[in-house]
Design a protein around this ligand. Structure first.
Ligand SMILES: C[S@@+](CC[C@H](N)C(=O)[O-])C[C@H]1O[C@@H](n2cnc3c(N)ncnc32)[C@H](O)[C@@H]1O
Length: 234
């Protein structure tokens, strides 16, 4: 069942709850959207943190993961999980619809905090653009998008070229780079300016970038880069 990475499941969840609060300003009473929630690595610590009227909604393209989450959190009425029948070569090759036209199954301005941990790192360019747009649509004014990325810039490109980076991205000079041409969704990196422009185009202001250790620098905040963006308005 564990298809979400090779990290310590509970340790990584606890680490990120700390980042959600310290870097993203998450409060216990907020409405949380977990984009690509997998097997509930973030739902687990959030179940011990959120209090009414706080809520949690997660969706993913992996039906087994969603079935497990529904069973595991059935005693938590504020927690809901939805499956989306979307194609991803790495995570759901049987999916029938394209994520680049997917509308998140939630109303406009439903959430205060949208998180996506290790999800944009598996989306193609059109899908990532669409997911930023949908996160912006479903966030209330003042809401935050907290997401992890592999960002391409002078520092990460130098690390990749020197073989110091945690992932050997091919064609890292491009705006979008992958580690595998056969399965691009294995890991995808985006140029930092591409992200800034995409956030801005969809009404999100870049609040902070916390560089990750994947750049070959042990001082990083987490393995992937953490990006916090805020929806305009109050
Ligand atoms: C590395 S896992 C991370 C899961 C979870 N966010 C976590 O941190 O444990 C990547 C997740 O993205 C999901 N995913 C891939 N494409 C997706 C899409 N288009 N929409 C939603 N989830 C997607 C996968 O099914 C998988 O659960």
């Amino acid at each position: 069942m564990d298809f979400v990475g090779h990290s310590d499941f509970a340790g990584t969840g606890d680490e990120f709850l700390g980042h959600f609060t310290a870097l993203g300003g998450l409060a216990p009473t907020e409405r949380v959207l977990d984009i690509g929630c997998g097997i509930g690595r973030m739902a687990r610590p959030l179940a011990g943190y959120l209090t009414p009227p706080g809520t949690y909604d997660g969706f993913d393209i992996n039906p087994e993961g969603i079935a497990w989450c529904r069973s595991r959190y059935r005693a938590h009425p504020a927690f809901t999980f939805v499956v989306a029948d979307l194609f991803n070569r790495r995570y759901n090759p049987a999916g029938t619809q394209s994520a680049d036209a997917f509308t998140f199954p939630y109303a406009d301005a439903s959430f205060d905090f949208a998180l996506a941990t290790s999800v944009f790192t598996h989306l193609l360019e059109g899908e990532a653009d669409r997911y930023v747009a949908e996160a912006a649509r479903t966030l209330a004014p003042g809401g935050r998008l907290f997401a992890t990325w592999f960002l391409l810039d002078d520092g990460s490109r130098a690390a990749i070229a020197a073989g110091r980076a945690g992932l050997p991205f091919l064609d890292a000079g491009e705006a979008v780079a992958v580690v595998s041409d056969e399965v691009p969704e294995e890991a995808i990196a985006f140029d930092r300016r591409w992200l800034q422009e995409t956030l801005q185009r969809h009404g999100l202001a870049l609040t902070a970038v916390h560089d990750g250790t994947w750049r070959g620098d042990e001082a990083g905040t987490s393995f992937q880069d953490i990006v916090v963006a805020t929806k305009a308005g109050t």
